[in-house]
Design a binder for this molecule. Sequence first.
Ligand SMILES: [Zn+2]
Length: 593
Amino acid sequence: MNFPVGSQMLDAHSRRMFLKCAGVAAVGAGLPGCVATHQQSAVQPGGTTPREVRVKIAAPADPLVARTFAILKDRIEQRCAANVMEAQDRAQIILTVDDRLAPEAFRFDRTGGAVRVSGGSPRGLLYGIGKFLRTSRYDAAFQPSACRGISKPHGSLRGMYFASHFHNWYVQASDAEIARYLEDLALWGVNAVMVIFPMINLQDWNDPEAAPAMDMVRKYARTARALGIEFATGINNTMFIGAPANIRAKRLPDPTGRRGNSGHPICPSNPEGHAYLMENARQLYAKLADVGLDILVHWPYDEGGCACEQCQPWGSNGYLKLSRDLTRLGQSYFPKMKTVLSTWMFDTPPEGEWQGLTDALAKGEHWVDFILADAHEDFPRYPLDVGVPGKLPLLNFPEISMWGNWPWGGFGANPLPARFQRLWDQVKQSVRGGFPYSEGIYEDMNKAAVVQFYWDPNRTARATLEEYIAYEFGPGVTNDVLAIIDLLEATASNSYRKKPVDQEAVLRAYYHAEAVAARLPDYAQRNWRWEILHLRAVLDRERFAGGSLDSPTAEAAMLRLVEIYHCQIETDDPYHHRVRPPLRRAVNRAGKK
Ligand SMILES: [Zn+2]
């Protein structure tokens, strides 16, 4: 059905892309802009407890719409005494799909007495419900969001890379926890998740660890795709440890020591090496065939590369040819599969890889959909100054997990909004999305900030955290929690730069956190997101302001983090200490702590 006039109006609105949120729960000091809305639409107190919240599902039947309703019901009921039910009449919330909107866009408006959330598709509806939940209020009674208008994402690929190794949270969490966490990320607008099958740690397909590792990859693919999140995996010329010696790559020149030389890469210019790479890729695709693969990410260095005469310069020669062959093979299994070509550490040292890639894509290599660029520190200049090869959308790969904390997550949350804002401001004119590198759940605030940059490049990390805090921790604590985050970030920055830590600031963060804890509603006190932030303030005090990591307080705090992350106190994984709080009693049986 066509709505020519309406559709034109909608397009004009979409171009302006506005979503106005009157008095969005910024500081929790009342909602000056939506008192009338509040009085009209708040679930009336005084009835029986829990109060009814009536939701009409006006969208066509679809598993993701049903899931979105279930998420809405669960999150509201978690936060206040409400009974959220599906209802045909007297609805306070209407969920619908309006295909005049862009597929990932959503709109909030009022119709009759209800707030209507419309998505351009079931995925758009899910993102809209994320915004709706975060801008609703849960203090005395549930108060539906006062936002009105349309929101449409700027970046089309808003990914996360889950580094599933070292027995970190991604490996250890239960299926239910993973499903819930993916729901929470989707509510923020994440639409792609990358998980890699770790050939680099395995002898071959018969390695006893191969089947469990593949089960995990397949579980992430299934769980993500059920939420409309695209599934991505990575591939390169480093495959199994047990690869024959005669097909190995020539070691890379690495004068700056930044490219890495992990694993046992294979030379794809050697016909036998090429056949080995293609055969293992074929088996990987076959094992993913029933769960699906939406995006294939090619990676040039660290795990990968070959410096032989036929392959070099790797980034614009051997790598490009191999990536094309792996893509074509992949598309025989997954015809709609998209490709991301990473340029990580290109031209380190300068050898014309960026320019070579530009020249190759200009000659008509049409199998690449996205170019990914990033580096250890400064973003590469080439795509910013010269332009992106193939004029393709540019993705980044921000490291949100490791900077300024060791072990990673070992002292709790690591919010770094100022750091990520500064890095984003350098690239926001060019970058259209990306895959932040994640080691666990302790950087949840960083994830929210970065994915919202992808959604709206001009939205500040601070604005995102205000929304995060009001939603996760309840009303009236936003400014205090922001102050805690600023203090924790300053401490992490000083510690990282080997500058003296300001003990007075560490104590202030701690006292703020104790004061906030006393004021939180029950659901927020039980929320691991609050716990890991609170524990970080406690552990910073023990580390930097007169306590000790051997104190009973520090030990109790670290044990709680161990529980939240599902760490192993005794482990056979020689790398587990990278993601485990540094408890004295923790044991690495492999003996290589
Ligand atoms: Zn080679």
